[in-house]
Design a protein around this ligand. Structure first.
Ligand code: ADP
Length: 382
């Protein structure tokens, strides 16, 4: 099963996109709908709400008067929290239930307006943000939904900002004008789901490309996901994509710090289910004394290549990954040499698809780098 979070400001077009994805076969869980379900007549959720906000949030027939409740609950931060305290746990339980009921190969799209506000991005395999500028959203809410303009403005103001949403968006759909085509996105989700279900990682031979300024933000999102799956352990963005300005293959490298290799092995299934299937046990090319063994995982998302190295915190290979990166960040001349070498080798080995041959050919330069990284490390310590 693939868990996809779908969010965006009110009126951005989330439900519209959710319908398109459902048309392709996604199982959509609509958070707003569940929010209504937990306050239906006869539920203990509704009883709690009446206890907290008074009988006048009810209509004559005993159903919830949403406008009356909204008036009270949006009046103060405290009132909002009281309402959330009643509804959120119940909505969460119902969401879990719906996910558990979905077929094993389902692409579950969770349409959830408050994904950012509730800091839930890392719990999904992928987050899609639907965007429309605030003026367009207001217009839609007032004209097509008949919402009062002031009420619509208040709701927009109470939600996360566009910038906060951008930070969690693995996929950003601009729905300010025409409804975007989701065919390519759907293909990605299908491939991603299959890879997670079969525990396969995305493959292919990426070539070296110029530094991409989007890498740091992408890396922050992936790192949070890995860390959450690994019980909050420390995850660092390493490798060439972690060096601003450096040309690199479009594969984000991460290092997950583990206490020992037994711990690494115990994390295998959870990381796999989170979208980072196991590749195998490896030994890094030694750059000195010590332990160079690791466990390698790789990303299942066909749209975002990831290598995940599980190394023992403080071990020689763990240290090297950090120092090599930091040296390149620090030393512009070294960065240029390395970029030039990589571009040259990438072209030479593009045809034979050999990541191995490419790695081998980098070795002479890497060997000369050992002393320079050591000198850099020495300088940092003194
Ligand atoms: P949300 O679920 O994010 O609140 P909806 O999908 O319900 O937003 O869209 C809000 C309103 O705007 C709906 O009436 C919808 O039909 C309309 N709408 C959505 N996308 C577009 C678009 N690209 N152009 C014009 N109207 C749109």
């Amino acid at each position: 099963m693939l868990r996809v979070g779908l969010t965006g400001g009110i009126g951005s077009g989330k439900s519209t996109i959710a319908r398109l994805l459902a048309g392709n076969g996604a199982v959509v869980i609509d958070a707003d709908k569940l929010a209504r379900e937990v306050l239906e007549p006869g539920t203990d959720g509704l009883k709690e709400v009446v206890k907290a906000f008074g009988e006048d949030v009810l209509n004559g027939d005993g159903t919830l008067n949403r406008a009356a409740l909204a008036g009270k609950a949006f009046a103060s931060e405290e009132a909002r929290q009281t309402l959330n305290g009643i509804t959120h746990p119940r909505i969460g339980a119902l969401t879990g239930q719906r996910m558990a009921e979905a077929p094993e190969d389902a692409i579950v799209v969770h349409d959830i307006p408050l994904l950012v506000e509730r800091d839930m991005a890392a719990a999904y395999h992928l987050v899609i943000v639907v965007y429309a500028d605030a003026e367009t959203r207001l217009g839609r809410l007032v004209s097509s939904r008949g919402m009062d303009r002031q009420d619509a403005e208040n709701r927009i103001a109470a939600q996360a900002t566009d910038e906060q949403r951008r930070a969690v968006a693995d996929v950003w759909l601009d729905n300010s004008g025409e409804v975007p085509d989701v065919t390519g996105l759907w293909d990605r989700l299908v491939g991603f789901e299959k890879n997670v279900r079969t525990q396969s990682y995305a493959s292919g031979s990426p070539i070296v490309v110029p530094y991409d300024g989007r890498w740091p933000a992408q890396a922050r999102r992936v790192a949070r996901r890995i860390s959450l799956a690994a019980g909050g352990r420390y995850v660092e963005h390493i490798g060439s994509t972690a060096v601003p300005g450096l040309a690199a293959k479009d594969v984000l490298d991460f290092q997950l710090a583990v206490e020992d290799m037994e711990t690494a092995d115990s994390l295998r299934d959870t990381l796999g289910q989170a979208g980072f299937p196991y590749v195998g046990p490896y030994v890094d090319t030694p750059r000195g004394e010590g332990d160079w063994s690791k466990r390698l995982h790789a990303g299942a998302d066909p749209g975002r290549r990831v290598n995940l190295h599980l190394r023992v915190e403080g071990a020689a290979n763990w240290r090297w990954a950090v120092d090599f990166r930091d040296w390149l960040r620090h030393d512009a001349a070294a960065r240029e040499e390395y970029a030039e070498l990589k571009l040259k080798l990438s072209q030479r080995f593009a045809a034979d698809s050999g990541a191995f041959a490419y790695g081998e050919a980098k070795e002479p330069w890497m060997e000369t780098a050992v002393a320079r990284v050591e000198a850099y490390r020495g300088g940092q310590e003194s």
